[in-house]
Ligand binder design. Structure first.
Ligand code: NAD
Length: 278
């Protein structure tokens, strides 16, 4: 049931982190991957990795915030592959913007919108005709964040656009369900990637506490999200649509509860000088 042979999968922002893990995992499971990546060097690395796996994959250097480039990208998928089964809207970035909402500029609003929500509209709108033509069984997956489901101080605008993915996912699932296409999202907690590095943010004296901060006992790895993406892309999730999988090691459920070094639960923060620089 998790054999993706014969499927064409488009993954955006696949040159690093979560997108790269998804692209490589799909390729290993037999899908033919078309990857879009803005950074030429990362695109080159990914191309080499996908070539090593084999299967006729392609990596396109493209900025998915740009409607014209998105149209060229999807036209290329149709021309080269003739079908599209899986779309992963993975691009997203908090852009290092960590400041009170009332200090955010118009430019911050526009930049965060473009990279966290607007490109999902652009890519998905262009992909739908080809996915409908491909026929029932298609899957659209967008990468949100756990911060769409809880607050994040000084990240209000990022969080708001990511929360927009939840509404997009639910409503589009209704529109596309009758066509046999499913629409879902993945919401990761802190995951070690090019953009987010808990490895760098945690001071050496606290490394032993990492296992206490998240119920499952560690930060995320890109492969954790790849696993959720495989589930949502495959027949295993044939009756799952309009929802979001929290890939968070139980952090949302913990909701502010942590363990101390000796294993007791506490809702009082135990560390002041490490963590996300917000
Ligand atoms: N890493 C985390 O802790 C975390 C947590 C919650 C949500 N997320 C979400 O997961 C997704 C992936 O995050 P990541 O940490 O792997 O990111 P990353 O920055 O490590 O990788 C993203 C890739 O997308 C590429 N990219 C950026 N803008 C692009 C554009 N306009 N067009 C094409 N490619 C573009 C980048 O060059 C990079 O290679 C994002 O949507 C992010 O918001 C990540």
């Amino acid at each position: 049931m998790i054999d993706l042979k014969g499927k064409i999968a488009l993954v955006t922002g696949a040159g690093a982190g979560i997108g790269r893990a998804i692209a490589e995992t799909f390729a290993r499971l037999g899908a033919r991957v078309v990857a879009a990546e803005i950074d030429p060097a990362r695109a080159g690395d990914l191309r080499a990795a996908l070539d090593a796996i084999g299967g006729g994959h392609s990596v396109v250097v493209a900025d998915v915030r740009d409607g014209a480039q998105v149209r060229v990208l999807l036209a290329g998928v149709e021309k080269q592959c003739g079908r599209l089964d899986i779309l992963v809207n993975n691009v997203g970035d908090f852009l290092g913007i960590a400041k009170p909402f009332d200090q955010c500029t118009d430019e911050d609003f526009d930049n965060l919108y473009a990279v966290n929500l607007r490109h999902i509209f652009l890519v998905t709108r262009e992909a739908i005709p080809l996915m409908k033509k491909t026929g029932p069984g298609g899957s659209i997956i967008s990468v949100s964040t756990i911060e769409a489901f809880r607050g994040i101080p000084n990240g209000t605008v990022y969080s708001a656009f990511k929360a927009g993915i939840t509404g997009f996912t639910r409503s589009l699932a209704l529109e596309l369900g009758p066509h046999g296409l499913r629409v879902n999202a993945i919401a990761p907690e802190t995951t070690e990637t090019a953009q987010v590095s808990p490895e760098k943010w945690i001071l050496p004296q606290y490394k032993d506490l990492v296992s206490k901060w998240i119920p499952v006992g560690r930060f995320g790895e890109p492969a954790d999200c790849a696993g959720a993406a495989v589930f949502l892309a495959s027949e295993l999730s044939a009756w799952v649509s309009g929802t979001t999988i929290h890939v968070d090691g139980g952090a949302l459920a913990a909701g502010g509860w942590y363990r101390t070094r000796d294993g007791r639960w506490t809702n009082v923060p135990v560390v002041e000088d490490s963590g996300l620089p917000f």
